[in-house]
Design a protein around this ligand. Structure first.
Ligand code: ADP
Length: 416
């Protein structure tokens, strides 16, 4: 193998270095594989003054090289894509195995040239310069420059092509990772949609038979006497619980899906509505509710239903996680530019290390197999989503197990 020295004029070298720098910038800013490959081919021909160029990538599974791009006249990517170049007995294979450049000044009689490519695209390889495309010691493929236009391949050709191949390897790797990420994101979005469709269909389908059960159970409770009436009441209670779960599922879907319908609302109106929503549950558990600062003048610019839902979810928890006959506090604190809504209970409390986790979807303090309370663990994540959609904040405080909990919802005051 001979490599000619080139009586390289400094001007020409500077031009090539500039060109390499340009290419480097282009390659680093391109994350789409196809245009990236085209830029690499173009730069290869320009920098080494050749007729054509090809990129082959190594496939670890089949231990073969695959043509992924070529700009030989007459080559069509579909034709080349099906040609696999074996690792044994081919120049490209040798370049990958030995992780070094190969120079063929006269390809006419070289048996290592893989002739099937020339035959397929009616092209004749007269000379070839191939360099490994590697990242650290990992060779991902081969960059080939084919048919030097004038004279023989030079040492500079090899050096410049090796620099280009190193940059190309990083750029191709980045593009592949970006495409893998896009695919993973699309797969996840698809899965998310499937999950949401499933919840939407399931909750819709459950509602109809549940309506019938609720109707008949309440009828039976009124009509039946003695033990039968108690049984009907038990059915009614369970059916009501089921309805709450279905509502939770539907609310979960609406979170993020629907737009906010905002208006100026008095905070006390929100309080009254939430208290009304949980009235029967509060009475059933015999809790005492103390409302503080009931007449606070605060006005917030909110979607009344969504903030209402957040408050109801927090209140429901306070009632649910407090033993019968507990103390529930519900009140308003005026702050500069915002209002804090405070919901407290003297129930089972929350361990300090879980005060943030409880706002995550499906998170519950007690293991779902052993817990005594009903629910799916989405009430607080819905509340958090709703409050944050209004540029508000939500957080919880607790002095630990059995020492009660306090939840805060901070909302910006309306500017009008
Ligand atoms: P769910 O109530 O359906 O389990 P949430 O998202 O509303 O789901 O609440 C998550 C978890 O936070 C609850 O399972 C419970 O462990 C804890 N939690 C919420 N509110 C209280 C509270 N007031 N007192 C004690 N624990 C609470």
């Amino acid at each position: 193998m001979t490599i000619q020295g080139q009586d390289s004029e400094p001007q020409y070298e500077i031009h090539l270095l500039r060109r390499l720098l340009d290419v480097s910038v282009t390659l680093n800013s391109n994350l789409d594989l196809d245009p990236l490959l085209i830029s690499i081919l173009k730069a290869t021909c320009e920098i080494t003054d050749s007729e054509a160029a090809s990129i082959l990538l190594y496939d670890q599974n089949t231990d073969e090289l695959k043509f992924v791009a070529s700009n030989s006249p007459g080559s069509r990517s579909e034709e080349l894509a099906i040609i696999k170049v074996p690792m044994e007995g081919s120049i490209a294979g040798q370049i990958v195995r030995e992780n070094r450049a190969m120079v063929i000044q006269n390809a006419a009689d070289d048996s290592r040239i893989f002739r099937r490519v020339d035959d397929t695209i009616s092209f004749q390889t007269r000379s070839l310069l191939g360099v490994p495309m590697s990242m650290k010691d990992n060779v991902i493929g081969v960059l080939e420059s084919v048919n030097k236009r004038d004279g023989l391949w030079t040492e500079e050709d090899r050096e410049y092509l090796s620099i280009l191949a190193g940059q190309a390897a990083v750029a191709i790797n980045n593009a592949r990772q970006s495409s893998d990420l896009k695919k993973a994101f699309n797969d996840l979005s698809q899965l998310d949609k499937l999950k949401n469709d499933f919840i939407a269909i399931a909750s819709h389908e459950l509602r109809t038979p549940l309506g019938v059960i609720l109707g008949y159970a309440s009828f039976l409770q009124d009509e039946a006497e003695g033990e039968a009436s108690e049984h009907a009441a038990a059915v009614l209670n369970s059916a009501l619980h089921l309805r709450n779960l279905i509502e939770d599922m539907t609310n979960y879907l609406q979170l993020g899906a629907s737009e906010l319908i905002r208006e100026d609302v008095r905070v006390t109106a929100l309080l009254e509505a939430a208290l009304h929503d949980v009235q029967s549950l509060t009475e059933a558990k015999g809790h005492h509710v103390q409302v503080v600062n009931r007449d606070a003048p605060a006005i917030v610019y909110v979607d009344r239903l969504k903030i209402g839902l957040a408050l109801t979810n927090i209140l429901n928890n306070a009632i649910k996680f407090t033993p019968n006959g507990g103390e529930i506090g519900f009140g308003v604190e005026m702050r500069p530019r915002e209002v804090w809504i405070k919901i407290s209970d003297n129930g089972m409390g929350i361990p300090e290390d879980q005060l943030e986790k409880i706002f995550e979807q499906f998170y519950q303090v007690a293991d779902h197999m052993t817990r005594r309370h009903n629910g799916m663990g989405i009430g607080l994540s819905i509340a958090k989503g709703m409050v944050e959609a209004h540029d508000g904040r939500i957080w919880a405080e607790s002095a630990g197990l059995n020492n009660g909990s306090t939840f805060y919802v901070a909302l910006p005051l309306s500017e009008d």
